[in-house]
Each structure stands twice: as structure tokens, then as C-alpha cells.
Design a protein around this ligand. Structure first.
Ligand code: AP5
Length: 217
């Protein structure tokens, strides 16, 4: 199962990816998570990416494509993967197609998770993340556990720097201008499954599941 997740910032890609990967024994590859890790450890990639990320701009394609090439060498992806946050531009998608050709494989399905802009603003202002286990929460819709009850260690909850409203609005512009053209790119390859991202976490997951069942029956 080789999947790509496309959707605006805050659509719920990371939240749903965790369940999809656990239920299908495939590996999640989140470019945002890898970049944030590199910023934290102050690697060369992290130092180069930090300013773009904080201001809500995309990190240059060359850096991202190199990062993906390195990452996909890991055997952990051999059973399948869900790409969360990549590709995000047409040049990234073209470079990825080249890479897949060399690896003699292809994408099975592109999940397009759609959520209107105003809902995104509300979701991201309430988003909280755990530094210890990377799980994503929302102060109203999916509240973080009390630190002492965290089943994966002590939760250390924080808010992302790029979740301020002004930065989120800029990220949405970037999505509409640079990432949305990928929908037509993948539609022309007959790969896109549209998922309505409005509803409870379970409702959205059920929609994803039925698309996967249809594709992989
Ligand atoms: P990245 O980390 O990929 O951010 P993003 O795409 O903007 O996506 P998010 O992580 O913000 O949202 P999500 O869709 O995963 O939503 P979540 O599940 O958390 O990228 C960050 C930055 O890195 C970019 O701006 C860029 O600078 C750089 N970057 C990354 N990849 C790149 C690339 N390929 N090229 C260039 N630059 C790149 O959910 C959001 C909130 O909503 C949570 O609080 C959640 O609990 C809540 N929620 C989820 N589902 C629901 C629901 N159904 N109802 C109510 N609330 C819900």
C-alpha cells in the first residue's frame, strides 16, 4: 500500500495518518515531522529549513527531494508507506515520479482530505502536540491527557510556532497556490480519492477506510 496524503494545513492528515498506518501496518513519512526534528537537533537541513517553516513558507524543493531520497532508502518503507506532506509542489511530484520509476514501483492512491479555510483556522488555534510521543491533540475536539495519565510516558504538550493565525492564513495561501495544482496532476493519473474532512475523527476515518477497502479489495 503506497499512499499520498494531500490536504490543507490542519486538515487532519497527521491525525488520520496515525490510524491508517497502524491498521494497515505501513510506515508514515511526514516531511513536517522530519523537518521539525532537524530544526530541533540543529542539523544543516534544520538550520536551512527553520526560517521557511516559522514563516509558513515551503522549504525549497531541492532540500525536500534530497531528504525524501535519503529517507526512502530505509527498509522500514518496504511494506508500504503513507506520505504526509509530500509532494507539495509540481516539481516535487515530478521528481518523486522519477524516483518511483527508478525503484520500479508506483503510488496506489492519493487521498485528498478537504476542509474549508475557516474551519482550519479554528482547528490550528486549538492544536496541541506532545513532544514525547508526537501525538496530535485539540483542546476541544481531542483533548490531551493529563501528563500523569499519558500511556506513552510523560506528555509534554506544546503549541507549534507556525500555528499563529497570521501564519496559518499564509500557509493556506501557499496550499492553494502551490499544492492544490497537484490535485489535477494526480487526477490525470486517475489516482485521487476525495475525502470530506468535516465531521468527527471517527466519521472522517470511516470515509478513508471505505476508500481504501474499495481500492484494495
Ligand atoms: P507540516 O507539518 O506538513 O504541516 P501541514 O501540512 O501544514 O499540516 P499540519 O501538520 O499543520 O496539519 P495536519 O493536516 O497534519 O492536521 P492535524 O492532524 O495536525 O509542514 C510544516 C511546514 O514544514 C510547512 O509549512 C513547510 O514549511 C515545511 N514542509 C513540510 N513538508 C514540506 C514539503 N514537502 N515541501 C516544502 N516544505 C515542506 O490536525 C490539526 C488539528 O485539528 C489538531 O488539533 C487535530 O486534533 C484537529 N483535528 C483533526 N481532525 C479533526 C476533526 N475531524 N475535527 C476536529 N478537529 C480535528
Amino acid at each position: 500500500m503506497k499512499l499520498v496524503f494531500i490536504g490543507p494545513p490542519g486538515a487532519g492528515k497527521g491525525t488520520q495518518a496515525e490510524r491508517i498506518c497502524a491498521d494497515n501496518s505501513i510506515k508514515q513519512l511526514s516531511t513536517g515531522d522530519i523537518l521539525r526534528h532537524n530544526v530541533k537537533i540543529e542539523s544543516k537541513l534544520g538550520v536551512g529549513a527553520k526560517e521557511y517553516m516559522t514563516s509558513g513558507r515551503l522549504v525549497p524543493d531541492e532540500l525536500i527531494i534530497e531528504m525524501i531520497k535519503e529517507e526512502l532508502k530505509s527498509l522500514e518503507y518496504a511494506n508500504g508507506f503513507l506520505l504526509d506532506g509530500f509532494p507539495r509542489t509540481i516539481p516535487q511530484a515530478q521528481a518523486f515520479d522519477e524516483l518511483l520509476k527508478k525503484l520500479n514501483t508506483k503510488i496506489d492512491l492519493v487521498l485528498l482530505l478537504d476542509v474549508p479555510d475557516e474551519e482550519i483556522i479554528s482547528r490550528l488555534s486549538g492544536r496541541r502536540i506532545c513532544r514525547t510521543c508526537n501525538r496530535v491533540f485539540h483542546i476541544s475536539f481531542n483533548p490531551p491527557p493529563d501528563p500523569k495519565d499519558c500511556d506513552r510516558g510523560i506528555c509534554d504538550i506544546y503549541q507549534r510556532d507556525d500555528d499563529k493565525e497570521e501564519t496559518v492564513r499564509h500557509r493556506l495561501d501557499v496550499y492553494h497556490n502551490q499544492t492544490k495544482p497537484l490535485v489535477d496532476y494526480y487526477k490525470s493519473q486517475n489516482l485521487v480519492a476525495y475525502i470530506d474532512g468535516i465531521g468527527s475523527l471517527d466519521e472522517v476515518y470511516d470515509r478513508i477506510k471505505s476508500n481504501l477497502q474499495h481500492k484494495f479489495k
